[in-house]
Design a protein around this ligand. Structure first.
Ligand SMILES: NC(=O)c1ccc[n+]([C@@H]2O[C@H](COP(=O)([O-])OP(=O)(O)OC[C@H]3O[C@@H](n4cnc5c(N)ncnc54)[C@H](O)[C@@H]3O)[C@@H](O)[C@H]2O)c1
Length: 441
């Protein structure tokens, strides 16, 4: 069937948005306008989304024209804060499809839980908006694939994934040191993330949906179930239908730096994995509290170790990366970068110079500025969807291994399949709940 007719047959909702699962039409006007002012909308307002909105509004000429949340309490509280801090009065919505009909919106921030990212991003692109989508890019491999294809289909629009370390000084400097041979040949990256919150909350019974919450719209494409506050705001991360646990939450940020160091832009071909629960008591959680992953390559290896329920780690850091080279180990987190030179016992001197920087800050502001610049220039942002996908698949694949009881998985990216586990193949594509369907391109 010719593409034009195919698109014309797409069923549209009132918002002009396809929910049929076939190629969405190029419904919106590709966004090329913004010059002096940029009109932003926020979908998913509670925590990170609101933080990212505030970073946008701290820039000259950026307006918040719309906000959407399925929880009235969150929406009203955050809208009041926008009024107080920035003297702006956005239109408020409970259904993001209605928000996307608002014509003056140039770009949307997606600050919802991970299971919503894919659909909202596709619909926003279809409506002609640029997109800042929080990480991990999506909750499954197939949703990540769909988002990469969507961004390429709507290729006039700018898509930034919220892996903000790409835009900050610390990791840019780390990459400069590594790529300018300051640590010698990079042989290994050790990564760790130990956080108490990763064990989930104390178990409590289900309860009625709180007033003002559209829980069906919170669940969206995820399976229907009764309300439990330990699976809702913030703590949804510990349940497979919505997130990938501490490992995916911190994992995408940290693995992204390991991949950047070697300019790796593809998913892992092989992973060796332990995933299990070693914490002393049951908690409200499905994801694993302990994960150890090896990503082997011929002459380079990444080790990733996650322990929830504790906050101590190597170099007295709860999370971090150690880039191990022949001449030095470079240790980094978001606040510091320390290079520990190796000692050359023959020459009786260090193999390289010391380096230390300890004044690093969170880099959300820089990442947002990069997005705003790209909205104006139409250039590719610091973290495009391909980069988001590579990082996301590096956490989804080990999670799938652990969930399928496989200690080793082999991934064939060209076939979008695991070659050694049918059980694992069942977890590539989410089973969307009607009426939601995963768009295909
Ligand atoms: N880049 C970072 O450093 C960073 C840090 C924290 C969180 N995050 C990411 O940000 C995202 C949000 O995390 P959070 O901690 O803010 O979660 P949260 O649960 O605190 O907030 C999510 C908000 O989205 C709303 N929501 C859910 N479904 C919606 C829908 N269909 N339409 C509109 N609103 C909807 C919820 O009601 C809630 O207010 C996640 O993807 C998370 O991984 C990124």
């Amino acid at each position: 069937m010719d593409r034009r007719k195919f698109i014309a047959r797409t069923t549209l909702t009132t918002a002009g948005i396809a929910i049929t699962g076939i190629i969405p039409s190029k419904g919106g006007q590709a966004n090329t306008k913004p010059s002096d002012t940029i009109n932003i909308a926020l979908i998913g307002c509670r925590n990170m989304g609101f933080g990212i909105l505030q970073h946008h509004l701290s820039n000259e000429g950026v307006n918040c024209v719309a906000m959407c949340d399925i929880d009235d309490a969150v929406l009203n509280e955050k809208a009041a804060e926008v009024k107080k801090k920035f003297n702006q009065t956005p239109k408020l919505y409970k259904d993001f499809r209605k928000l996307l009909e608002q014509k003056d919106i140039d770009a949307v921030i997606i600050g919802t839980p991970d299971h919503w990212h894919c659909l909202i991003m596709v619909y926003a692109l279809q409506a002609g908006k640029d997109v800042y989508c929080e990480k991990p890019m999506a909750n499954t491999i197939e949703e990540c694939n769909t988002m990469v294809k969507a961004a390429s289909y709507y290729n006039k629009q700018v898509v930034q994934i919220g892996q903000q370390q790409r835009s900050g000084f610390i990791f840019q400097k780390a990459m400069e040191l590594i790529k300018n041979d300051k640590i010698g040949k990079l042989r290994k990256v050790n990564i760790w993330a130990n956080f108490e919150y990763g064990v989930g909350q104390k178990i409590v019974p289900d309860e009625p949906v709180p007033a003002g919450v559209d829980f069906d719209m919170w669940l969206g494409p995820a399976p229907a179930r009764s309300f439990n506050k330990t699976r809702f705001h913030g703590s949804w991360r510990m349940f497979w239908d919505y997130g990938g646990g501490l490992f995916s939450d911190w994992g995408v940020h940290l693995i992204d730096m390991g991949l950047w160091a070697k300019d790796i832009t593809t998913p892992p071909k092989k992973v060796l994995v332990y995933g299990g629960n070693t914490y002393h008591e049951p908690r409200s959680r499905e994801t694993f509290d302990s994960i150890s992953v090896i990503y082997p390559n011929d002459d380079f290896v990444i080790n990733f170790d996650v322990t929830a329920g504790v906050q101590k780690g190597p170099y007295d850091m709860p999370y971090g990366l150690a880039f191990i080279g022949d001449n030095a180990t470079l240790v980094a987190d978001r606040s510091k970068l320390i290079l520990y030179p190796e000692w050359d016992s023959q020459a009786k001197k260090a193999r390289t110079e010391e380096y230390k920087y300890t004044d690093g800050k969170e880099s959300h502001g820089e990442h947002v500025r990069n997005f705003l610049d790209c909205i104006k220039t139409r250039n590719k942002p610091a973290c495009p969807p391909e980069t988001g996908r590579a990082a996301a698949l590096h956490v989804h694949i080990p999670n799938i291994a652990a969930r399928s009881g496989e200690s080793m998985l082999l991934w064939d990216d060209s076939k979008n399949r695991f070659t050694n586990s049918e059980k694992a193949n069942q977890l590539i594509t989410p089973n969307y709940r009607q009426p939601w369907t995963l768009p295909s391109f």
